[in-house]
Design a protein around this ligand. Structure first.
Ligand code: SF4
Length: 70
């Protein structure tokens, strides 16, 4: 199984930065403070899943989502 971390709703991401503060080893941010996955989904491994889940939980706008693929 593979999984991707995506910004499900582009408009909702307002650049609070809580996601990348929560998971700094996984996520980065652009020049305007938006999380890097706002521009491109990030493939995540089993080793990353805990960080990805923490990032999802930290987003006050519920903009992030993990999509699992077979
Ligand atoms: S995904 Fe959520 S926590 Fe991360 S920068 Fe966007 S609004 Fe902020």
């Amino acid at each position: 199984m593979t999984a991707k971390l995506v910004v499900e709703d582009f408009i909702r991401c307002t650049g609070h930065g809580r996601c990348y503060s929560e998971a700094p080893d996984l996520l980065d941010y652009d020049d305007e403070g938006f999380v890097s996955v706002r521009h491109a989904p990030l493939e995540i491994t089993d080793a990353d899943i805990e960080d990805a889940e923490a990032a999802v939980a930290a987003c006050p706008e519920a903009a992030l989502r993990i999509i699992e693929e077979d």
